[in-house]
Structure formats: structure tokens, C-alpha cells
Design a protein around this ligand. Sequence first.
Ligand code: FAD
Length: 398
Amino acid sequence: MAITDDELKQRTEALIEEVDPHANDQYTFRGAQYDAGLAFVHFPEGKGGLGLSRSKQSIVDQVLRDAKVPYHDLMVNPIGIGMGAPVVLNHGTEEMHEKHLKKIFTGEDIWCQLFSEPTHGSDVAGIPSRAIRDGDEWLVNGQKVWTTLAHLSNYGMLLTRTNPDTPKHKGLSYFILDMHSPGVEVRPLYQITGEAEFNEVFLTDVRIADNQRLGDEGDGWRVAITTLMNERVALGGGSGGKGGGPIRTLINLWNTKKDELGEHDRKVMRDQVADLWIKAEILRLTNQRAKVLAKSGDAGPGGSVGKLFSAELNQKIFETCMSLEGAEGMLHPAGYPMVRSEEAHGSSFVSGQFLRSRANTIEGGTSEIMRNILGERVLGLPGDVRVDKDVAWSEIPR
Ligand SMILES: Cc1cc2nc3c(=O)[nH]c(=O)nc-3n(C[C@H](O)[C@H](O)[C@H](O)COP(=O)(O)OP(=O)(O)OC[C@H]3O[C@@H](n4cnc5c(N)ncnc54)[C@H](O)[C@@H]3O)c2cc1C
């Protein structure tokens, strides 16, 4: 069924008319959005989508923004929506679609990503955590780290080693882990922002039923790639339309501070602000293009362009914000408290966002790794040196 842009807009307006987002809670409004196929328009009908191009989601999002709908993906369930839903759609059973997709979108179930371990982040394929089969179940032991939102999550996307005697990429399996299972212990990690948005997760004799596996046994790396490619689109995808997201913070600050600057400072800063605004616009258009190219839930390596560019741009934007703030930028509201964040990315003050942006070039794959992916998979340059590629994981010296 072909749906025009105007029809999509009208359907979104009708949703807002029928289920007033200001009079209904998040679960009710977003549940109705999912049922109307306006959650992930590129997903199939009946699964939160309408089978359209991913780029058409921006039409829905713009209508929601114009109506000041208060529930945004990033604040609701960033990892579940950005990565969990596409992974479940692409690799899960019908039963898993039914059980998880809607609750991920409404935020009823928060999800986290259990990939990185203390010894393996960039080289996540080499992780040592282990799952050993016990009948219809797996017994998992190991430690995860930097697990964003694990303390609020009901489910985690768990990558773990099920066969140590094959090369590292071939011995991994991927499970949906119920975070309330016995043996799962979540401990906070505090960041320079003062928040503890991420965690260490200890897994001790955790039992997972085999029917919670996504993909074949030993094929977890393929499922992990779907997750990582979608993570890059989610992280690099920018927030909002033209002039939205971090660049808006800078423009607002510029407008309040520019008259306090001396003539020369003002000229220099104006150039910097204009340059960043242009780059933010290039990022927005690049992401639009990536979304048009991306198939349903399958982001492809092109998402790494947006992730790389947005991480480095965010840092420059918030550095410029700090320059505009001057000495005031060193002040933190409420005495720089150490808090457990109840929301994703809770820092709303500029110095908090500046500190948080330092993580942008690390989280979801470092900028060096993004450049490797772009070099190899987009530009077709020779690959990184991989001496352990064909060696059984158990034989790799460590
Ligand atoms: C805010 C934040 C949130 C996060 N949330 C999650 C989460 O929810 N779940 C999760 O699983 N992980 C999460 N992570 C972890 C993140 O994915 C890793 O930190 C990241 O992949 C880097 O791994 P590492 O820290 O082990 O660094 P390392 O891999 O040890 O890298 C150290 C340095 O070496 C460089 N390097 C490594 N390999 C190469 C190479 N082949 N070529 C060139 N340079 C290289 C890196 O670029 C980096 O500069 C999060 C991290 C942050 C900062």
C-alpha cells in the first residue's frame, strides 16, 4: 500500500487528535502510536510500522515535535528503541516480536546492551565471558562493563562465548537476558558529569533458556553487527530537525551572550558558531541520506559516517559553548552531586553536556574504529592487521 507524505502527516495528526499526548501517559500514547504503525515506519505493518522507507519517520517526528509531544525516544528507551527493536525484528521469532517490540517502544521495558567487558571493548569479538550448555539452558559467567541504563533495564542484549575452540568471531552467541534473573548483579559507575548512567554487570551462574537465543548458536557476531550498525545510526542520527539538538543549545547561548563580547571576540566567535551551524546541517543531511539507503532495521556501514561526524561535532559545539560561558562555565548547579541518573543523558546544564560529550568519541565504538570501518567497508581500503582472525579463541596468547 503506497502512503503519501501528506497521508502520513494526516495519520500522525489524527493520532494526536484521538489520544491527546498531554492528557495520556507515555505508555498509552506511545502504545497507540505503535498500533497505528507510526513507531518505526520502516518496520512491517502490525509490528509498529507501515513498511515505508526509514527516512519517512522524520515526517512523523516533525508532526510530534510541532505538537510538543513530551515523549521522545532518547528519553524513553534509547538503547531498546535504537538497537533492541531492530535486532529483535531481524533475528527474533514471531513470539519475540509479539512480546517485546511494543513494550520497547512504549518504554515499559527498558533495554541495555551487554557487550563490552573489562578486557574487550573495541575488540568485542574477543570477549571472555562464557556460556556453557546445560540441557535446554545455558549457564553464564562473566563480567560486563560500561552498561548504560542496566540499573533500570528489564532486558539486556547479551553477547557471550559459547565455543572457545573456534576463531573469536565464530564462537559467540547472542541472548535476550532477563535482567532480574538470579545471578545478575548491577553496580553503578560514576562519570565526570557526576551521574552514574552506566554500570558494571556481574553474571554469576546465570541461567538463560536456549529459546532466548537470537540467531544460531555460534552466530552471535552476525546479530551483534546488526546491533552495532543500528547503534551508530541511533548515536549519529541527531535529534530534531534543522537547527535542533546540540547546535540549538549553542545558538541559544550565542544569542544571550554575544552582546557581552568585545568587538574582536564577537567576530571570531560568530565565525566559529556559523561554521558549526553549517556542519550540523551537513550532518543532518548526511543522516537523511543514510536513512534513505538503510533497509528496514539493517543500518549498513554508512551509519558510521554520521556517528563519527556527530561525535566530533558535539565535542566542538560544547567546547564553543564553554568558551561563550567563560568563567561561568566552571560552575555546576546544585554542587556537582553524585547521582544515579533516572533518565538517559540527564545533564541539562551546559558544563554537564560539555563533560558528557567527552564520551561521544568512545561510546558505540571509538572514532578510530569508525575510521577503520569507513576505510574498509565504505571506501574499500586495505583492512586493519588481524593476526588472531583464524586462530581458535582458546589458543590466542593472553
Ligand atoms: C558513555 C559510554 C557508554 C557506553 N555504553 C555501553 C553499553 O551500554 N554497552 C556496552 O557494551 N558498552 C558500552 N560502552 C563501552 C564502549 O563501547 C567501549 O568503551 C568502546 O567500544 C571502547 O572500548 P574500550 O573502552 O575497551 O577501549 P579500547 O578498545 O581498549 O580502546 C583504547 C584505545 O585504543 C584504540 N584502538 C583500539 N583498537 C584499535 C584499532 N584496531 N585501531 C585503532 N585504534 C584502536 C581506541 O580507539 C581507543 O582510543 C560505553 C562507553 C561509554 C564511554
